[in-house]
Design a protein around this ligand. Structure first.
Ligand SMILES: Cc1cc2nc3c(=O)[nH]c(=O)nc-3n(C[C@H](O)[C@H](O)[C@H](O)COP(=O)(O)OP(=O)(O)OC[C@H]3O[C@@H](n4cnc5c(N)ncnc54)[C@H](O)[C@@H]3O)c2cc1C
Length: 378
């Protein structure tokens, strides 16, 4: 007998993927599960820098959504939503029939801020992460010539990307031609310091590591001009660049503007602590794409992961499988571990900071264990 209700997950990132995993063991009665994704696989950002340093193959950070949804008995739609009608609870697509739903969970993540203002073949935005390794590889070419790489964005992600790219380019030259490749890496960041959100101690350590590796950092540098071979701030001499990796802070992805739901001042969906849209009870949002108005938190994967049990419970409540809703409150601090690329990582927790091999082993263990939970074979 066909199910009488439909639960739709739009975007299968950290939180919605966990809903699919839990569905495998405990599906909600009389409910059809439909997943919508732009790509047939999801990527785990914690391992992305490790692919740049050639510590992981890109496939190791991927979750095969066809296999995951098949295991859950869910339907997978690989398409883009064009519009949402909250009144009739319907999602619209450009070229396929509209999809009515009873309950919806939006988890489409975020995009780096500002890159859409520029056009250049050298520009390689960090998202979508699914295509980032191949776009970067295309731009790096065969590795024969010198490569001047610029990372726009000196947040934690930009710094980790710079360090891992450095390690990867060093290995690449040796592997391909038996000699080191000629390259340079520069981090440009609009703020006064790198790795905002980390302690002074960690930032000092990162500065030392960057200096030792010959990675230049320019603070208070807001990129305003990008062309085929350079970036500029509109004041100083432009900086030559063959590859421009855009890894600025999180901005709202354009699809959120098409949903017609209440947003915060940055365009992320406005939520209550039950993770519901402040506009529409049966619509939930999780991870980077939502902001809980009462408890705004940084856009980081750890929050998306911690939201998963609450989301799962509340989706069940919305479909009558639980009697009461739960609320989510982000934790105030969390462990940060940055891969520095040569078999070490920098770990910061509760004010302590260490740069050591054991930190990399810990990160590797956490990341591999996390992603393995979702990796099924078709
Ligand atoms: C290089 C890098 C390293 C990072 N490392 C860490 C880390 O170590 N720890 C940490 O806590 N945070 C880290 N972050 C931040 C972390 O990636 C994000 O906070 C996290 O991915 C948010 O999870 P999410 O589920 O909201 O979004 P995502 O993981 O981005 O998932 C969203 C999914 O939705 C899909 N999607 C997007 N638009 C649509 C659409 N229109 N229709 C359908 N599907 C769509 C996307 O393809 C994606 O698969 C890192 C970020 C970067 C850039």
């Amino acid at each position: 007998m066909p199910s009488s209700r439909t639960l739709v997950l739009l975007g299968i990132g950290h939180t919605n993927a966990e809903v699919v995993r839990r569905w495998i063991k405990r599906p909600i009665a009389d409910t059809r599960l439909v997943c919508i994704s732009k790509f047939p696989f999801a990527t785990y950002s914690g391992m992305l820098p490790g692919t740049l340093s050639r510590q992981f193959e890109p496939t190791e950070m991927q979750i095969d959504l066809r296999a995951l949804t098949k295991r859950a008995g869910a339907e997978l739609i690989l398409d883009e939503v064009t519009e949402l009608d909250p009144a009739t609870r319907t999602l619209h697509f450009a070229k396929r029939d509209a999809l009515p739903f009873d309950v919806l969970s939006v988890g489409v993540g975020s995009m780096p801020a500002g890159w859409r203002d520029h056009r250049s073949p050298a520009l390689v935005p960090i998202k979508p992460m699914q295509t980032f390794p191949s776009r970067l590889e295309e731009r790096l070419g065969d590795g024969a010539g010198p490569k001047r790489c610029v990372i726009v964005g000196g947040g934690v992600a930009g710094v980790e990307v710079a360090l891992c790219l450095d390690a990867g380019l060093a290995k690449r030259g040796l592997a391909e031609r038996g000699q080191p490749q000629s390259y340079s890496i520069t981090i440009l960041t609009s703020g006064p310091q790198i790795a905002d959100g980390m302690t002074n101690r960690s930032r000092r350590k990162l500065r030392e590591i960057l200096r030792a590796r010959g990675i230049e950092v320019r603070t208070d540098y807001r990129v305003k001009e990008v062309d085929e071979r350079s970036v500029g701030n509109g004041q100083d001499e432009p900086i030559a660049a063959d590859v421009i990796i855009w890894a600025t802070g999180a901005a709202a992805p354009p699809v959120l503007g098409r949903l017609g739901l209440a947003t915060d001042e940055r365009g992320f969906l406005a939520l209550n602590p039950r993770l519901q849209s402040t506009d529409a009870e049966p619509i939930f949002a999780v991870g980077d794409c939502g902001t809980i108005l009462q408890h705004p938190a940084p856009k980081a994967g750890v929050f998306a992961v911690r939201q998963a049990p609450v989301l799962w419970h509340n989706l069940r409540a919305a479909l009558g499988a639980e009697t009461a809703y739960q609320t989510y409150r982000p934790q105030s601090g969390f462990m940060k571990i940055l891969n520095t690329g040569h078999g070490k990582a920098l770990l910061e927790y509760k004010g302590h900071s260490a740069h050591a091999r054991w930190c990399w082993w810990l990160k590797c263990w956490i990341d591999k264990r996390f992603v393995a939970k979702y990796q099924f074979r078709e």
